[in-house]
Write a protein that binds this ligand. Structure first.
Ligand code: CMC
Length: 431
């Protein structure tokens, strides 16, 4: 196996080291390319660029493999829960009993938000998009807890355990608060109960009636959050790393990640899937129209919940959620016509030459909305649920950036294609 790669340019031959990851992934270290040759590597959208070394998540898109800190997603989904997986992702090991108790306690102790923050909610129109509210409110945490958000890595890392627990716990509380606010319902205070139960209480308890917890619902919520917990260098995680690389504190970096997540090609896809399935249902169509539109090639017409920037195989999370849909609906004694439509749509797409040739399979968003709907979570909140789930991954990635002694600010280059030098024209002389 070669130790380096030779590049021949302008008559010169230069060697660049090959880096090999722990799972055998190979990369050419091109950091000196521009200094050596004057050329940069062009890779629009970074699809072929390794922006960092990371020890958190391994993803093999060709073979549909996803592992966090070495543990297969299938095993975590089967045997772990959201808080334990969050701990694993952030700290690198599964917690022992003492650590598990301690993280649970820290999350419960830091579940409430500063009561003054409620005024931020009140500044929003009732119909404000939840992701817009979430970014602003999470961003405000840097102002409410400035001692944890100093924009100095050393100081911020000294308080990391607390800051990380606050971020995960309060993002969950804020999402439930957004739901209560948008529906004109009184806010609920968090209780001294486990993370997912607390979310359900924050969402659904009423002054006249406590939410009655159902173990199947708690389990399904744990599964949904766990399956979203990290996914290596996706758009929002790379955004968190980029913002963090400037020295920005964790809360500010997370707010940036939530902005990135809001787009329909990323976290916004889960609600778009439900809208698509609902339209098929309302129109009494069998999905043919959506499949035909998706095949037209227009970006706005994609089959939502299908395809992935990295997977060229079945997204393992989609397989787990697809199976869980049946189990959860069954246990809750519910049926959902949208699940039948989704299954038919998947079957049609997976037998269609267009999707086969492009290796387009269902992704995590294809079935997740159906479970969330069964749990009573409204579609408008789906992307904010993704944000709760992804918070451990963002936090772990921020920590890698902040604690890397050799880290530098993320600053890609570009190939400039604008006008060449020209002289300023006075306004009266412009055409
Ligand atoms: N429907 C129809 N055609 C598609 C789709 C789709 N969902 N996805 C990709 N294609 C086509 C694409 O137009 C291209 O066709 P051609 O070769 O003829 O130009 C080909 O498949 C290859 O596309 P790609 O380069 O693999 O796609 P990409 O990396 O640019 O985009 C994606 C990845 C996830 C943005 C895209 O698949 C998509 O828009 N999917 C629908 C939105 C969605 O479900 N997003 C959630 C992603 S998973 C969770 C997350 O990251 O948040």
């Amino acid at each position: 196996m070669p130790n380096d790669a030779q590049i021949k340019l302008d008559g010169k031959e230069i060697s660049y080291p090959i880096i090999t990851g722990s799972e055998g992934e190979k990369a050419i270290d091109l950091r000196k390319l521009r200094a050596d040759t004057g050329y940069i590597a062009y890779d629009q959208g970074y699809g072929n660029t390794g922006s960092c070394e990371s020890a958190i998540t391994y993803l093999d898109g060709d073979n549909g493999i996803l592992r966090h800190r070495g543990y297969p997603i299938e095993q975590l989904a089967e045997q772990s829960d959201f808080v334990e997986t969050a701990y694993l992702i952030i700290y690198g090991e599964l917690p022992n009993q003492k650590q598990r108790l301690s993280i649970g306690r820290l999350l419960r102790q830091n579940a409430a938000i500063d009561t003054q923050m409620l005024r931020i909610f009140e500044g929003f129109p009732r119909e404000a998009p939840p992701m817009g509210m979430l970014t602003s409110i999470v961003s405000s945490m840097a102002a409410y807890y400035p001692h944890l958000a100093t924009n100095n890595f050393e100081k911020d890392l000294a308080n990391f355990d607390l800051t990380a627990a606050m971020a995960i716990s309060k993002i969950r509380t804020i999402v439930a608060g957004i739901y209560r606010y948008r529906h004109g319902l009184p806010f609920n205070y968090p209780k001294d109960i486990p993370f997912c139960d607390n979310f359900l209480h924050l969402m659904f308890s009423e002054p006249y009636q406590e939410y009655a917890l159902i173990p199947e619902v708690t389990r399904a919520l744990n599964l949904i959050l766990l399956l979203h917990a990290d996914h290596e260098q996706n758009c929002s995680t790379s955004t968190v790393r980029m913002v963090g690389s400037s020295g920005a504190n964790l809360f500010t970096s997370l707010a940036a990640g939530i902005c990135a997540l809001s787009g329909p090609l990323h976290g916004g896809a889960n609600s778009a899937v439900m809208q698509m399935l609902q339209s098929i249902h309302d129109e009494g169509d069998d999905g043919t129209r959506f499949i035909a539109a998706a095949k037209s090639g227009a970006k706005g017409n994609r089959l939502m919940g299908f395809g992935h920037a990295v997977y060229r195989n079945y997204d393992p999370r989609a397989r787990i959620i697809g199976h869980a849909c049946d189990v959860v609906l069954n246990k809750l004694g519910k049926t959902d016509p949208l699940l039948d439509i989704a299954k038919r749509l998947e079957h049609s797409a997976l037998n269609d030459e267009y999707f086969l040739a492009r290796k387009l399979y269902p992704n995590v968003d294809f079935y997740s909305g159906i479970i969330m709907r069964a749990l009573g979570i409204p579609t408008e909140l789906f992307t904010t649920m993704f944000a709760i789930g992804r918070s451990p991954g963002w936090i772990a990635n921020w920590k890698e950036v902040a604690s890397n002694p050799k880290g530098r600010i993320y600053r890609p280059r570009q190939v400039y294609v604008g006008p060449v030098k020209r002289d300023y024209v006075l306004i009266g002389k412009r055409t």
